[in-house]
Design a protein around this ligand. Sequence first.
Ligand code: GLU
Length: 441
Amino acid sequence: MSHPIAHTPGRIAESPTEHALPSYLQSDNLGPWGIYLQQVDRVIPYLGHLSRWAETLKRPKRALIVDVPIQLDNGTVAHFEGYRVQHNTSRGPGKGGVRFHQDVTLSEVMALSAWMSIKNAAVNVPYGGAKGGIRVDPKKLSLGELERMTRRYTSEIGIIIGPTKDIPAPDVNTNEQIMAWMMDTYSMNEGATATGVVTGKPVDLGGSLGRRDATGRGVFTVGVEAAQHIGLDIASSRVAVQGFGNVGSVAARLFAQAGARIVAVQDHGGTIFREAGLDIPALLAHVAASGSVAGFAQAESLANDQFWDVDCDILIPAALEQQITALNAGRIKARMVIEGANGPTTPAADDILQDRNVLVLPDVIANAGGVTVSYFEWVQDFSSYFWSEDEINARLVRIMKEAFASVWEVARDKKVSLRTATFIVGCTRILHARELRGLYP
Ligand code: GLU
């Protein structure tokens, strides 16, 4: 295994040639935190007197870097670098996922925590924003190593998390089992079972029905709402999906069930295409058996870069940040982009898509279904009273539709993109809370 805490330049490195790049490419090189700051700057003119507090949005409230040493199966000790960032807690406890990925950096986690603040405020769940991560390729760990790493990380961040302080959840490469270990570790340290310390837990351990599908269901819900506004018929639409994990696969399934053709799917293993539409249940079975969409028999394989040229009506980036950039935004054929991932589109690409009349449903509203059902899970844990899946889905759909309708109205009134509109709604709520609470001490 390569040394896990080796610092690679990450996505914010300045290359020696960077200053020679044209300005639109320089803005593509900002890295996630730089992108977030640019998104905030675009919104400040719309914040009225609250802009006085805008600096609050430009720095995380608290950022913790932890060393996570574990014993590997071969008897040696490996060190991983972990993070937990609480961007803002004006509206309530920090809330946001934990990701395990080899490219995780502090600045990425800062951006992801900030996007959680905006997202939670946009759907009006009573949370601030937080995010965590470990710089590790979890596929290289055995199950036992993964458990030891998760438990040690949880103990290390235990000084700042808690059911009323900051509530982690799944994100890239983390799942219900990892949440169960986190809940158990925190509870053992506290001396009492604290189910509300994480969400996205197994249903038998205080998890919520509907949580697993919630992000994809939210993506689908806002997609259907937006399609009506632009006269796009979902039942005859063609959809391309990047990422076939918990978000992309559920969104693909729901769009296919509504009659759409899923014409292309890309994941870490490759890109597949079928003009007539992919058989999603068969593809899910293939991925469960092989780990990737690559090699799916009932499809042709494409070079990864060809994904951006696929003829489609709806494009769903549901993988990682900075996928749609100034270099490929001009090639996208879709009429609508629904951001299942966090931060998949750079500001330069946003502008190109807007000029080309491609409607972007931004992450901070489009993928808010996950945290919305996390909120339901947390409420159910506190009351120890659990709701039916129908009730959860109905409440989720209602919140997503209402939040999307408000954002749509702001975008129309102020003639801004849906991203800027969502930031206006989110930042206004956060800074209003900030103002009401005032400065301490
Ligand atoms: N990781 C998910 C997100 O980015 C869910 C966070 C949560 O449920 O707290 O929105």
